[in-house]
Design a protein around this ligand. Structure first.
Ligand code: HEC
Length: 123
C-alpha cells in the first residue's frame, strides 16, 4: 500500500521583507539631512551684480569685452533692455542670446541694464 504522501507544501511562509534595512536607511538619511538652508539671494543692490556675473563669461569682466564680443559696459540702458527683450521674444535673431535672455524676468533685465549702463566702457 502506497502511503499517500501528505506533505503539505510549506509554501513561502518564512519570507521576510527587509523592513529593518529600510528603517536603517531612513535613520541614516535623517542624520545627514542638511541643517541650514542656504539664504535666498537678495534681489536688491548686490542682486544686479550677481546676475551680471553670468554675462562676464562671454562679454568680459564687468561687461568689458576683451574683443570678439560686444561690450555691455556703458551701453545706453534702453538699448540693453530692448536688446534683451528682443532676444527673449525671438524678434532678434541670435546664436545664443535668445536662450540666455529667456532665463531673466523683466525686473532682472532692467536691473542688468541699469548695472551695465552705469559702468564705464573702459576704465
Ligand atoms: C555664452 C555666451 C554669452 C553669455 C553668457 C551672454 N552673452 Fe550676450 N551675447 C552673446 C553673443 C554670442 C551675442 C551676439 C548675439 C548672438 O549671436 O547670440 C551676444 C549679444 C548680446 C547683446 C547685444 C549686444 C549688441 O551690442 O548687439 C546684449 C545686450 C547681451 N548679449 C547681453 C547679455 C547679458 C545681459 C548677459 C548676461 C545676463 C549675456 N549677454 C550673457 C553671448 C553671450
Amino acid at each position: 500500500m502506497a502511503g499517500a504522501q501528505s506533505s503539505a507544501m510549506p509554501g513561502s511562509s518564512s519570507v521576510r521583507t527587509g523592513v529593518r534595512a529600510f528603517g536603517f536607511a531612513l535613520a541614516l538619511f535623517g542624520a545627514v539631512a542638511p541643517v541650514a538652508a542656504a539664504p535666498v539671494a537678495a534681489a536688491g543692490e548686490g542682486g544686479a551684480r550677481y546676475l551680471a556675473a553670468t554675462c562676464a563669461n562671454c562679454h568680459g569682466t564687468d561687461g568689458r569685452s576683451a574683443g570678439g564680443m560686444a561690450t555691455l559696459a556703458g551701453k545706453p540702458r534702453e538699448s540693453l533692455i530692448e536688446a534683451m527683450q528682443a532676444f527673449r521674444g525671438g524678434q532678434r535673431p541670435a546664436t545664443i542670446m535668445h536662450q540666455i535672455a529667456k532665463g531673466y524676468s523683466d525686473e532682472q533685465i532692467v536691473a542688468l541694464a541699469d548695472y551695465f549702463a552705469r559702468l564705464k566702457a573702459s576704465q
